[in-house]
Design a protein around this ligand. Sequence first.
Ligand SMILES: N[C@@H](CCC(=O)N[C@@H](CS)C(=O)NCC(=O)O)C(=O)O
Length: 452
Amino acid sequence: MGNKSSKKKTDQKKAQDYPDPKVYMWPEEGDWASVKEHSEDVLVVFPISAACTPVMMLAKECGLPVDFCGINYQTDLNGKVALALNPIHSAPFLLVFENGDPQPAYAINDSLAIINYLAVKYANMIPDHVLPVEAGPRGKVMEKTQFINGVLYRSTAYQYIYPLIGLMTECQYDISKRDFAMEIVDKWCADSGSAFLSGKDKPGYADFALAAIHGTNCWTRDESFNVAIKWERDLLPKYPNMKKCIDALLEYPAIKEVRNVTIGDPQVTNCPSTETWTNFVAKQAMGNEMPADGRMFKFDAEKIPHPNWLLAPGMEETRKLFDMPIKSQLDKAEEEEKKELAELEAADHVNEDSKANLAGLLAKKHAHHEQHDKAEKEEKEELAELEAADHVNEDSKANLAGLLAKKHAHHEQHDKDEKEEKKELAELEAADHVNEDSKANLAELLAKKHVS
Ligand SMILES: N[C@@H](CCC(=O)N[C@@H](CS)C(=O)NCC(=O)O)C(=O)O
């Protein structure tokens, strides 16, 4: 990695020393050699992303020589080349090119890591009100930025927007910080001494972060979204200082410009601008209601208590109010599963019983057959004896004929009975196989239930 970061501010090049930054899509097959005259630092972005837009605003506002490269999150973001450079695979990431080499030397993932890099490399181009150089003021800007980017983002957009784009549902701990986070940011806006969080007549980096979170929270603005909480309708009006700051930010040129960056044909590239997404695409691309049963938290309170305050003595009853829904959902799911298991196990007993009956029946049938075979053998012996006695006297012939006819009739009947019995047995045994199959199915079902 190069050592440009150690240069003194006064040694650094000025904006006019660099070629104008460009906007383009990730090259086909990640072939960077095919991208002519790109900048040394290429910021890979989704132009609607709350993590990407503040960095883009910083670059625009300060005229940094940083290209914007759109990336299709469905294909290239997880493609071989991008993953090799950016295994964390989130955007933004910054590609750093060194010594005119056509391939990137390395990539830096994460918006805050990237701004730290940019702040060092382009220190003379970044005004103090955007990212102060001095430790104390810089620390305060980063405090606001991280809070907006973390707590405010997670307690709003993660809760009311992300479930509608198919991302996981929210964390109760995060949602419970919503009113607390709104109050904190509102107070910062009230106390800043200017229209912006920077306290100056121009926005700073924390302002860019706020403008970006606002951008994402507006995705459900359209009336086709049937959701309980909307940022602009239900939340923002309660925090007039934040609202005023956001209104000013939306009028600011660099912010306006970034909100209108579309890269390529959005139908193909998946890189529409924030404005295009919010006003046109969102209502087609997103669900218009919260996923069923996905949200049972209580959020209609006058003020949601901070999750950590709920641990304080005396807060037990209030805690139950806010903690109960997710627990009751779990209990309900567990109860249903137990019921299902009991039903399956009961069905198994029925099968066991019918197996026992079946075994009894089969044993009886087999005993009957053994008895029958024995009787048949004895009858045959009797008949042979009678036939041997035949030559003894002619008189007994007539008797014998009658007797033989009877015996043959009996045998015929018996053969018929035996055939029927065999058929019956075969049917019983077939039924038993069905039982075996259903037992196997049942066993599998039970095993699955026990594993999950
Ligand atoms: N803390 C990160 C968050 C980055 C992030 O979550 N980016 C999202 C878009 S807003 C993303 O790229 N998600 C896709 C992925 O992680 O694969 C930052 O500030 O850069």
